[in-house]
Ligand binder design. Structure first.
Ligand code: SF4
Ligand code: SF4
Length: 330
């Protein structure tokens, strides 16, 4: 049923929920973690959902636990969200399901990443290149839980979502529930239009979002935020790496960004893999602290794209080779 409702992960990754549940059912799962930790600064759509639809968050958790045959679920909230904690506490008290536990975690970016959340809550470390299910956890966004509830209980498929509309470039920043297909232009009009500060339009948050040059684009399942901002300050010219190690200090995955940058510039795919490029979550923390203004995350994104292209090319060549062998035999 979840597949038929078009439900996907609403934290931003939009991975099909049914597929995630089917994969989880092939593993030994101990905990369902409902992720209520905002994935980036500025975004507050999960907070507002937990405050206003706490019963549905819990109802969605119950359905997901049923699908997984689980007895323990954590709803994970940042400690600076007292209203969400209160609303969920009240709803849990009314529903009286002791299998579901509220868990508060410190507000430190990027705790909302799946692997970071698993580590914070269960102290289990997701292996490099692995999934939370490898350590007995399944993570779903709180918005996904509400979407599951709305479909299973109210027969409303996933046709809308809560989106944060924010930044000093809009007149009245707020969270809106928008049908998919609504244009960003219509949503900005709804919140009072642009201000004189509006210079750049980003779909998504300030770290993972993408700049767009027109507001005639639709809200889709992945649109967790519409951010309208003034011109970003010029960080200054890029300079050579001074090996200060600041980037490694702040990397939540404990990678060595300065080393990865070196291998990305040299296009050394093997070393990039060995040093864990594929584990980089593109959080942008290393960029923020780099005194040489090196756009590290951008370089990592491009390098990952190249690695993926090479893998796709290899897979295509193998398929063509196998097809050739089959034709030769027949
Ligand atoms: S973007 Fe930088 S800080 Fe973030 S995970 Fe990747 S290497 Fe680490
Ligand atoms: S923070 Fe910048 S300058 Fe310092 S080691 Fe990392 S890449 Fe080099």
């Amino acid at each position: 049923m979840i597949l038929q409702g078009g439900i996907v992960g609403l934290g931003g990754a939009v991975f099909p929920t049914a597929q995630k549940l089917l994969q989880a059912n092939t593993c030994e799962i101990d905990y369902l973690l409902l992720n209520g930790v905002e994935c980036e600064p500025y975004i507050s759509c999960d907070d507002v959902l937990m405050r206003e639809r706490a019963r549905e968050v819990i109802g969605g958790a119950q359905i997901l636990m049923h699908a997984l045959g689980l007895d323990v679920s954590y709803i994970v909230i940042e400690s600076d969200k007292p209203e969400a904690v209160k609303a969920l506490g009240v709803a849990l008290g009314e529903i009286g399901d002791e299998r579901i536990v509220l868990k508060q975690v410190p507000t430190i970016y990027p705790s909302g990443g799946e692997d970071q959340l698993v580590q914070l809550v269960t102290k289990r470390e997701v292996p490099s290149g692995g999934l939370p299910t490898d350590v007995g956890c399944l993570v779903q966004n709180v918005g996904t839980a509400v979407a599951v509830y709305d479909w299973i209980e109210n027969h409303e498929p996933l046709i809308s979502r809560v989106t944060t509309v924010t930044g000093n470039g809009v007149a009245r920043p707020m969270n809106v529930r928008a049908r998919f297909g609504t244009t960003v232009a219509d949503i900005v009009n709804f919140v009072g239009g642009y201000t004189e500060h509006a210079r750049q339009l980003i779909i998504g948050g300030p770290m993972f979002g993408r700049s767009v040059t027109t507001d005639r684009v639709p809200i889709v399942k992945a649109s967790n935020c519409v951010l309208v901002m003034s011109e970003a300050p010029d960080p200054g010219p890029e300079m050579p790496c001074i090996r200060c190690g600041e980037c490694a200090e702040v990397c939540p995955i404990r990678l060595l960004p300065q080393q990865l940058f070196w291998y990305a510039c040299a296009d050394d795919e093997k070393k990039l893999r060995i040093h864990g490029l594929t584990d980089c979550i593109e959080c942008g923390c290393c960029d923020l602290v780099c005194p040489s203004h090196i756009p590290l995350t951008h370089n990592f994104r491009v390098a990952k794209g190249r690695i993926q292209e090479l893998a796709d090319e290899k897979a295509r060549a193998e398929r063509a080779h196998r097809a050739g062998q089959t034709r030769a035999r027949s």
